[in-house]
Design a protein around this ligand. Structure first.
Ligand SMILES: NC(=O)c1ccc[n+]([C@@H]2O[C@H](COP(=O)([O-])OP(=O)(O)OC[C@H]3O[C@@H](n4cnc5c(N)ncnc54)[C@H](OP(=O)(O)O)[C@@H]3O)[C@@H](O)[C@H]2O)c1
Length: 362
């Protein structure tokens, strides 16, 4: 098979011949039809994100494919099935706190790194080997446009955060980083889940307008000034009532004060879910005031990715059209143009812009 390989951090990916993967027990080999290229992929491959990838490696964050072969313990999958391959791989020898690797992308701790050495390669290839439990059947209509259905991976991330925070229909949610790739996805998913109102702070007026145009009155844009107190007051005012939940999806480079201003809009007994990674690259800590958390009985929790059932829930939301993939702007690149795709993705990371690799089509 052919695959795009990161030979060392900072070098362009090279497309080369590699041996076809073989499915062992508990594994599936999938022909990759489409795989997303994240806007920050170039930062990962350039080494600027300090991700614990070990080159040479085929990167890629899961994708849409067809089952080529399955191990003997797969009881329902059939060769030819159209599937979503989720990159979130968990070790099988600890039910409570399994090690996790994002196959072909990242990992957590030494256990995650060990897992990543075994399930080393990701989706930027014609074929990929994935654990059986990471493969989810897709509706037949996904075959018409596999590149569009790669958005499953984008939407499931904020969906994991919204599930973690227990978002309920009719509630008011504030999305910190709403104009970003994942933040805008959080807005769309929350509305599909029945959120009554979504507060969308941001600095980019055009992106804020795009969210308001697409979703109408349930979205309440707030232009940020950079002043923590002013911004918190404006976000609270836009809610016209209590904010039940805040989800933060700002990138690591953003100042913690922006996350704090958003978090502190939440009501008494409200929930704050942290997903973006502010502080991961240094900078001031988030420093939410202890007395504020305690006196307001606020729940603050982090969320990395999502539980297994979230992929099923997300495919259900898309198949039922509760969440519509129609408005996505999808740009597909063949495998040979992988470096062009990485550059394009970096320049097109706004709301509902998707960059996808389509390995077999050429
Ligand atoms: N927890 C998880 O499971 C998980 C999974 C995947 C990724 N992540 C993390 O999620 C992060 C967000 O991803 P993404 O792709 O959505 O990033 P992105 O598209 O770059 O989003 C950037 C967002 O942050 C805002 N922002 C950046 N700097 C800001 C500042 N100084 N002040 C105010 N707003 C600022 C941008 O607002 P403007 O429009 O105003 O610029 C935009 O809304 C990633 O960086 C990654 O680390 C987490």
């Amino acid at each position: 098979m052919r695959a795009a390989v990161l030979t060392e951090f900072g070098a362009p990916l090279t497309v080369q011949e590699m041996p076809d993967p073989v499915a062992g027990g508990g594994e599936v080999v999938v022909e990759v039809l489409a795989s997303s290229v994240a806007p920050y992929a170039g930062e990962v491959f350039g080494g600027r994100r300090n991700y614990p990838l070990e080159p040479p490696v085929v990167p890629g964050l899961g994708g849409v494919g067809r089952v080529v072969s399955a191990g003997p313990d797969a009881t329902r999958l059939r060769v030819g099935d159209l599937v979503w391959c989720d990159c979130t791989v968990r070790s099988r020898d600890d039910a409570l706190t399994p090690d996790i690797t994002l196959q072909g992308w990242s990992s957590r701790g030494e256990g995650g790194a060990r897992l990543a050495r075994y399930l080393h390669d990701g989706a930027y290839a014609e074929l990929m080997r994935v654990p059986t439990e990471n493969v989810y059947p897709l509706p037949a209509e996904a075959a018409d446009d596999p590149a569009r259905w790669c958005s499953v991976g984008v939407y499931t991330i904020p969906y994991g955060g919204l599930l973690a925070g227990g978002l309920e229909a009719g509630e008011t949610l504030l999305v910190s980083g709403a104009t970003g790739n994942l933040g805008s996805a959080a807005v769309a998913v929350a509305l599909a889940m029945g959120a009554g109102r979504v507060i969308t702070p941001g600095r980019n007026r055009a992106a804020l307008g795009l969210l308001a145009d697409r979703f109408g009155r349930r979205v309440r844009p707030v232009e940020l000034t950079g002043d923590e107190d002013t911004d918190r007051t404006a976000m609270s005012a836009a809610a016209e009532g209590p904010v039940d939940m805040v989800i933060d999806l700002l990138p690591p480079a953003a100042p913690s004060s922006v996350t704090r201003a958003a978090a502190m809009t939440v009501r008494e007994y409200g929930r704050v879910v942290l997903m973006g990674g502010v502080g991961m690259l240094g900078g001031a800590d988030l420093a939410l005031p202890y007395p504020w958390i305690m006196r307001n009985s606020v729940t603050v929790r982090g969320q990395w990715m999502y539980p297994r059932s979230a992929s099923v829930g997300m495919i259900r939301l898309l198949a039922s059209r509760a969440l519509d993939l129609g408005p996505e702007r999808v740009r597909a690149f063949p495998l040979d143009a992988v470096n062009d795709a990485v550059a394009y993705a970096a320049a097109h990371g706004g709301p509902f812009d998707r960059t996808v690799l389509t390995p077999p089509a050429g």
